[in-house]
Design a protein around this ligand. Structure first.
Ligand code: ADP
Length: 161
């Protein structure tokens, strides 16, 4: 039973995240989408619980579960017996930071590999921050996030609850 972790802040989840999670679920027996609550990103649009609810609405593969963790990612990987951390790579700009993280995690917990999947061409420039920016300026986010959650994101960006 090979378990992988897809970690991130998912504030909010985008079609780029969904693509990486579903491809990971096709490769590994079990996938944990891990909403990290100790992200360095300062202001968040959704609470951890809300992000989990949005993820639930978009994911329906039976081997994918959602969890949250506050602390070191490798501690969670150890506890869960995960063999891989799967990350999506977009432009070269992602590489430096991701490479640093991967090497740090490897030295903290050598039994767990970091695996990189290339973003699909159409998702290369898609990020949660871009979704928030476009949405708050009244733009159309329908090609960036799943249809089932776009309304909630529009409302929140407008300042509604
Ligand atoms: P973001 O970088 O958009 O704020 P996260 O921190 O939640 O997103 O990222 C979680 C993981 O998802 C990271 O491995 C990140 O590289 C990956 N990811 C984010 N957006 C995309 C995308 N458009 N295509 C592929 N992978 C992505």
């Amino acid at each position: 039973m090979k378990k992988a972790i897809c970690p991130g802040s998912f504030d909010p989840v985008t079609l780029g995240h969904i693509d990486i999670i579903e491809r990971t679920a096709d490769i590994f027996d079990e996938v944990v989408v891990l909403v990290m609550s100790n992200s360095s990103k300062k202001s968040s649009l959704f609470t951890i619980e809300e992000r989990i609810e949005l993820l639930k609405k978009c994911l329906n593969k039976p081997n994918v579960k959602i969890d949250t963790h506050n602390g070191l990612l490798v501690d969670y990987a150890k506890k869960e017996g995960a063999v891989a951390i799967v990350k999506g790579l977009r432009a070269v700009s992602d590489f430096d930071y991701e490479f640093q993280q991967a090497l740090t995690n490897k030295s903290l917990y050598p039994e767990c590999e970091t695996v990189f999947l290339c973003a699909r061409g159409e998702n290369m420039f898609l990020s949660s921050s871009m979704v928030k920016e476009v949405c708050s300026l009244g733009g159309d986010i329908s090609s960036f996030v799943p249809a089932s959650i776009s309304e909630v994101i529009y409302k929140r960006c407008k300042g509604d609850k």
